[in-house]
Design a protein around this ligand. Structure first.
Ligand code: CA
Ligand code: CA
Ligand code: CA
Ligand code: ZN
Length: 416
């Protein structure tokens, strides 16, 4: 039996003792050019490789019988309690975990803000975490703000990631420079909140700089490898509407405001955000109808979309199927996925590639182009011809579709 202690992000000294050596990750050491790796390999580094490289024992909480982790945030001051609670929601969204607050000194994770810097420390026995501590200093929160789109929020998500058993996305701690320290060619916060590199610090990444507000694609794979995917009682089980008119409450209820830059005092300061959508199951909608920018949405999982004038800021996690998408008044481009999609693109000159499935597409006003792809697709628009019934419209479109195969250009229609 060995007792391992790890400390991450700490300006304070590392403590490690009897590293278990059970990690078998990528033992790159930051020399030479970073390697291209799969999402799975990058996730494996977060859960194993990092601890092997840094000669620390890895640890995860044992949630086999109960997915509950107790957390004590009573010592937090000011806006820190809210940041912690939002971060619990972030991790609960993507893993089979349920954080329960307690005043007990024996909580699984204990939070404080009275020491300097931001770090997490944990002790484990034979790979099982006994307890973890997270400290994000009050001055850190004061200087970065307590809103969702501030760096303190990203810090909380990151440090809790450590407490749960994730390392960094490369062999670095405390400070890192992409040219010298990156082990993975795609190491940036676009893929992992456990990365030290902003999206634009990585020359291989096509994405705007933005405040990361969620666990990202690699984090989601890693945390599910440790704790499993969210269960049937989780927030995104069943039918979910993301964005405008959302049926999610709490943290994710603010997504529409954040994607359209609409300030919410005390919650969202209006800065650019980046996130990954993970959704457990159900017929789900991404509703961007309030957006006025030219958005490019890719509904296939494992891809990045461009929302709010940014590039690559909205990812759809591997395994997450979004069936319905509505875009706003800009000139939007939407690519469907392989199941039956309902795509509504609103005003603007929009382009839709519905891909496989029996898709339905409404392109609204504007000079639009819709391509049905494989499947029996139906392309509609919001305006009927004079005296035309909806049934006649459907019939006419089906005829046109037959004539033009899967290509339907819609610009000749007028209001009745
Ligand atoms: Ca859902
Ligand atoms: Ca549009
Ligand atoms: Ca489709
Ligand atoms: Zn860290």
């Amino acid at each position: 039996m060995s007792l391992d202690e790890t400390a991450l992000d700490s300006e304070a000294s590392h403590t490690h003792d009897h590293a278990s050596g059970s990690g078998s990750g990528n033992s790159t050491s930051g020399t030479g050019s970073p390697s291209t790796a799969s999402l799975d390999a990058m996730a494996r580094y977060l859960t194993h490789g990092y601890f092997a490289d840094t000669n620390q024992g890895r640890g995860t909480f044992d949630t086999d019988r109960d997915n509950t982790l107790t957390v004590n945030i009573t010592a937090l001051t000011g806006q820190a309690k809210q940041l912690a609670r939002w971060s619990f929601e972030v991790w609960e969204t993507v893993a089979d975990l349920n954080f329960v607050e307690t005043g007990s000194a024996n909580a699984d994770i204990t939070f404080d803000d009275n020491r300097s810097g931001a770090y997490a420390a944990s002790s484990s026995i034979n790979g099982n975490t006994v307890s973890a501590q997270v400290n994000v200093s009050s001055s850190w929160v004061n200087s970065h703000g307590g809103a969702i789109d501030g760096y303190a929020m990203a810090t909380y998500i990151h440090e809790i990631g450590h407490a749960l058993g994730l390392g960094h996305q490369g062999h670095y701690n405390g400070d890192a420079d992409f040219d010298h320290d990156a082990d993975f060619a795609d190491d940036s916060r676009q893929l992992s909140i456990q990365s030290y590199f902003e999206t634009d610090e990585n020359p291989n990444t096509n994405g705007s700089n933005a405040n990361v507000i969620s666990a990202q694609m690699v984090d989601i794979i890693a945390i599910q490898n440790l704790y499993g995917a969210p269960d049937a009682s989780s927030a995104t089980a069943g039918r979910t509407i993301w964005g405008a008119n959302t049926n999610l409450d709490g943290y994710w209820s603010h997504l529409d405001a954040m994607l359209t830059g609409t300030r919410i005092p005390g919650i969202y300061d209006g800065d650019d955000v980046a996130l990954t959508i993970y959704d457990r199951n159900g017929i789900d909608t991404l509703n961007l109808s309030t957006s006025t920018t030219d958005d490019t949405i890719n509904m296939r999982w494992g891809t990045f979309s461009d929302v709010g004038g940014l590039t690559g800021n909205l990812a759809i996690a591997r395994g997450t199927m979004i069936e319905f998408v509505t875009t706003g008044s800009g000139d939007d481009t939407v690519t469907g996925n392989n199941v039956t999609n309902r795509i509504i693109t609103g005003d603007g000159d929009d382009i839709v590639h519905a891909e496989r499935g029996w898709d339905k597409v409404w392109t609204g006003k504007g000079n639009d182009h819709a391509f049905g792809g494989h499947g029996n697709d139906l392309c509609l628009y919001t305006h009927l011809r004079a005296h035309e019934t909806v049934l006649e419209l459907v019939y006419r479109l089906l005829l046109e579709k037959k004539k033009k195969k899967n290509i339907i250009q819609i610009d000749e229609y007028k209001r009745p």
